[in-house]
Design a protein around this ligand. Structure first.
Ligand SMILES: Cc1cc2nc3c(=O)[nH]c(=O)nc-3n(C[C@H](O)[C@H](O)[C@H](O)COP(=O)(O)O)c2cc1C
Length: 198
């Protein structure tokens, strides 16, 4: 069974990370999920789902219920001893969706002070697939330099930019398109409801 780490960091667009987790589960891919502290409050603001103020065990249970999956693993961002912190724990790669400029900077500079950045560090050192979806507007030179540095190392930089040639009718169509493109960059193909294969 394939497995991917999914990190949801504190940028706007947490719904993309949530939808990505759902699509990976639907594709029978095991998910190791980590959510940054700031992302918990953004998820609450943007989607109404409240995962704040829970113990780790309660969060694990709520995540499993929310994603209707008994197999999803969840780790706290402060848990640097989690399995995904080690290169000997094999996965097929990692998505950071959305990726905040702070998490981007941490990854670009090897500053592994939390599990998300450490897991990305591990994925890079082991030569596995790393897909970042940086979200900010506009980008400053530091953001762009960090992206360029990572791109030169083989990291996929895929901002959540929608296209309009598939004539989206609602927000769900836009989310589905972006998530489909993200999965495509990691070699996972999904069929859009509209029938267009990415
Ligand atoms: C509502 C809200 C939206 C935010 N959106 C973004 C964003 O789109 N991009 C970004 O880089 N930071 C954004 N931030 C700021 C980050 O959350 C902040 O820099 C945080 O320290 C990131 O930490 P993390 O990467 O560990 O999640 C946002 C903050 C809030 C409260």
């Amino acid at each position: 069974m394939k497995s991917f780490v999914v990190a949801i960091s504190g940028a706007s667009g947490s719904i993309y990370g949530i939808r990505l987790v759902r699509e990976l589960i639907k594709s029978d891919i095991a998910v190791h999920l980590c959510i940054s502290d700031m992302s918990f409050s953004i998820i609450k603001t943007e989607t109404g789902t409240d995962l704040t103020g829970l113990t780790i065990q309660e969060t694990v249970e709520k995540v499993r219920t929310y994603f209707e999956s008994d197999t999803i693993s969840y780790y706290s961002n402060g848990n640097l001893a989690a399995p995904i912190s080690s290169g000997s724990f094999r996965t097929d790669g990692m998505f950071v969706v959305p990726c905040s400029m702070k998490t981007l900077a941490g990854i670009a500079n090897g500053y592994a002070s939390n599990l998300i950045v450490r897991a990305a560090d591990v994925v890079m050192k082991e030569g596995r697939k790393l897909v970042l979806s940086p979200r900010e507007m506009p980008f400053n030179t530091i953001h762009l330099e960090n992206m360029l540095k990572l791109s030169r190392m083989g990291v996929t930089i895929a901002p959540p930019i929608p296209a309009f040639y598939q004539k989206p009718e609602n927000m769900d169509n836009i989310i589905e398109f972006v998530v489909g493109k993200l999965m495509d960059t990691a070699g996972i193909t999904i069929c859009l409801k509209g029938g267009m294969e990415l």
